[in-house]
Design a protein around this ligand. Structure first.
Ligand code: BGC
Length: 755
């Protein structure tokens, strides 16, 4: 379709109209020109297609669909291929249901464990989030259905999400909050981007030209259309000018009229309205011209797929005495209402009307499993009788498995948690069961980290996250060893909430949320502070053991324009087949900017039979070594030595090597008399100038034979000492210790330095 030609036939009113939704879920039709409506739907881990009355909080019913594991879980798979497969399945379902765009994936950074929507987000690490999102987008879009990567950007809290301003410095935004979006846009070109509700450094995302045009389109090359989050528009005319193409949902015509008036009054260039319409129609027709409503939607097959995926995501956090896997011949007690009715998704706009759910109890049919309810989810309480029954069941069984976690009311879109605790009744239950049976396992259903006061009393913990409608089946497979757990934590579990770097400032004061911890989010902070954590980023056990060896670098030294190939060999040294997740971290050993100890820059998941080994290669480019330099507003690598670490988690890195990276970019120099002596001397181009110059004015800088003075004096004041004393002085200070530096001399020297 020639959308330019189509738009040229539209009246201003029609064009302004096209820039907002027809209703909750549709883009507008222009019947006169034969342009039909198209439908969009949440997302992200399944369809929430609302046939009847729309709402954006998951309150009204939607069609029966398949609820795949939420992002909290899928990120733990460390398996982009799995995300791609999930995307393909969701894309097929969209084709079947005539949906042009699925609203996801959601890639906001888990700045605090408290964010109510963490279950919908991937990680505290932007690289991991980016890889997962990219794969999912590629999967969905391979079916000619669009995605809407969201919420762009810095929407890391629910508290006051529609008014709060996320305030951070440029480096923090670029290094932590942008890269997942950036990678997805550059590598997967999502058909649409959804801007967030919040403001960024004071400016609403929905009317932020820097965000929506400068960065998103001009820098990253985004080609699709930007839509608003539902109700995120404040000033619609400013939004059009900034690059917000589609307002969702409908504006009741109010904002359409404002656009028309602004154009008529000469306050908004009509070309910008044309451009928004062209972008929207390009996607509308991209879908329509490839629509395949005959695509089958086999929900049972997808349920089976969702079960496989949920198993792939589970993280074995602890497994003392190799208590897991359980023996199918043993008598096992399942305790806790979540064994019957698992919590498998979160509340809000991502809430899917799952066509069926399997609890662990049902999935364990045929095994020697007894059940005690333990607590009531609805009442958030464990009665004396509940506890007594649980203790009896635990005592009779070889092993007790408590299914616990967070009830729906604890975490949801729309509000944040205020603490990181599990319900008191569940903690009490776990303690009582562990007391009754030393072989106690805890299976957790939660979308974000919890404190585990009982961790020392239970032998095993399996983190199932919010694993989708088939999570119960998956849990049983992992517990009984049909599947070897292979998930790894996409976030740190701190010992307590107060340890989290954002704790002091989250969730802001009034409408201002200052991201004062800067780039030190998650493990970047805990590692820098060398703090104990409950479970570190990247952690995940297996029923087998892996050995990492043979770290090899393709070069000892590279320039920042070249790539470095890193290879690692991993071997399955245990007796079960299993999957290893090899993680690669890069750190700048010594740097002028303050940087994290290590940052994830590569990972790979690989399946190995007992005894089998495989070499895995990673390619690192400039970005792996760079930081965002606020002076040049670009990525920059500082020349120096970098550490390359590889292993099974951010705190289990048995392999280490070093590489020297040489920068090919020069930072601009603007030395003045206020420049600090050591900074000038650290610059290899400036240092000789100043040395030469100083030789003339200060004897101490002349070669020793020219210095004169007694031997003793020469020994007492070495050049190093001189340097050490002067290092923090501004140049004017250094000069003031010598006579004879005229204003002209100083000026001439500065000229040389800055050249
Ligand atoms: C959410 C979005 C969602 C939209 C439509 C909003 O409240 O923030 O993630 O896609 O509603 O349901």
């Amino acid at each position: 379709m020639d959308v330019k030609a189509l738009v040229s036939q539209m009246t201003l009113e029609e064009k302004a109209g096209l820039c907002s939704g027809d209703d909750f879920w549709h883009t507008k039709a222009v019947e006169r020109l034969g342009i039909p409506r198209t439908m969009v739907s949440d997302g992200p881990h399944g369809l929430r297609k609302q046939d009847e009355e729309g709402d954006h909080l998951g309150i009204n019913d939607s069609i029966k669909a398949v609820c795949y594991p939420t992002a909290s879980a899928t990120a733990a798979s460390f398996d982009p291929e799995m995300l791609r497969t999930m995307g393909e399945a969701i894309g097929d379902s969209c084709q079947h249901e005539k949906l042009s765009v699925v609203l996801g994936p959601a890639v906001n950074i888990k700045r605090s464990p408290l964010c109510g929507r963490n279950f919908e987000y991937f990680s505290e690490d932007p690289y991991l989030a980016g890889r997962m999102a990219t794969a999912m987008i590629q999967g969905v879009q391979s079916r000619n259905v669009g995605t809407s990567i969201k919420h762009f950007a810095m929407n890391s809290q629910e508290h006051r999400r529609m008014s709060s301003s996320s305030d951070a410095d440029e480096r923090t935004i670029r290094e932590i909050y942008f890269p997942a979006f950036e990678m997805a846009v550059r590598e997967a070109q999502p058909w649409t981007v959804m801007c967030s509700y919040n403001r960024i450094n004071g400016v609403y995302a929905s009317e932020n030209p820097w965000l929506l045009t400068e960065v998103l389109r001009k820098e990253w090359g985004f080609e699709g259309y930007v839509m608003s989050d539902w109700g995120a528009v404040s000033d619609r005319v400013a939004g059009v000018a900034a690059g917000l193409d589609l307002e969702m949902p409908a504006s009741g015509g109010v904002n359409d009229r404002k656009i028309v008036e602004a154009v008529r009054a000469g306050k908004l260039d009509e070309k910008l309205v044309d451009q928004a319409c062209e972008r929207i129609l390009a996607i509308v027709y991209r879908y329509l011209e490839n629509a395949k409503p005959e695509t089958p939607w086999d929900k049972d097959a997808q349920h089976a797929q969702a079960a496989d995926m949920a198993a792939e995501c589970m993280v074995l956090l602890k497994n003392e005495d190799a208590l897991l896997p359980l023996d199918k011949e043993d008598e096992i007690a399942f305790i806790g209402e979540f064994a019957e009715k698992p919590r498998f998704q979160g509340g809000g706009s991502s809430h899917i009307n799952a066509f069926k759910t399997t609890g662990a109890l049902e999935a364990a049919k045929g095994l020697k499993v007894t059940y005690a309810r333990g607590y009531s989810v609805e009442k958030d309480e464990a009665s004396d009788m509940d506890i007594a029954e649980a203790v009896t069941a635990a005592k009779k069984a070889k092993t007790a498995v408590v299914f616990a976690g967070l009830p729906d009311s604890y975490e949801s879109e729309g509000y944040d948690r205020t603490h990181m605790r599990m319900p008191a009744c569940q903690n009490k239950l776990i303690e009582a069961v562990a007391e009754a049976n030393p072989n106690t396992v805890v299976v957790l259903h939660n979308g974000a980290p919890v404190e585990m006061p009982w961790i020392g009393k239970v032998k095993a913990v399996l983190e199932a996250y919010l694993g989708g409608q088939a999570v119960g089946e998956a849990a049983v497979r992992v517990l009984f060893g049909d599947v070897n757990p292979c998930g790894h934590l996409p976030e740190t579990f701190p010992l307590k909430l107060e340890d989290n770097p954002s704790y002091l400032f989250y969730s802001g004061e009034g409408n201002t949320a200052e991201y004062r911890e800067g780039i030190f989010v998650g493990y970047r902070y805990y590692d820098k502070k060398n703090m104990d954590v409950l479970f570190p980023f990247g952690h995940g056990l297996s029923y087998t053991t892996f050995e990492y060896s043979g770290l090899k670098l393709s070069a000892e030294k590279i320039r920042d324009t070249e790539t470095l190939t890193v290879s690692v060999t991993v071997k399955n040294t245990g007796s079960h087949a299993g999957k290893a997740v090899i993680q690669l971290y890069v750190g700048d050993r010594e740097s002028t900017p303050i940087r994290p100890v290590r940052e994830l820059k590569g990972f790979a998941k690989t399946a190995l039979q007992p005894g089998e080994s495989r070499e895995v290669a990673f390619i690192l480019d400039k970005r792996a070594f760079a930081y965002w330099n606020q002076e040049i507003h670009d990525w920059h690598v500082e020349t120096g030595v970098f550490t390359i670490e590889a292993g099974a988690s951010s705190r289990d890195l048995p392999l280490r090597a070093e590489v020297t990276v040489e920068s090919t970019a020069e930072l601009p120099r603007h030395y003045t008399l206020d420049s600090i002596f050591m900074d000038v001397m650290a610059d290899p181009k400036a240092a000789p100038v100043i040395r030469d110059y100083m030789k003339k004015i200060m004897k101490t800088f002349a070669p020793e034979e020219e210095q004169g003075g007694t031997e003793a004096a020469k020994e007492a004041i070495t050049e190093e000492m001189n340097m050490a004393m002067m290092q923090y002085m501004p140049l004017r200070g250094v000069f003031s210790f010598s006579d004879g530096v005229s204003a002209e001399d100083a000026e001439e020297m500065l000229k040389k330095l800055n050249n």
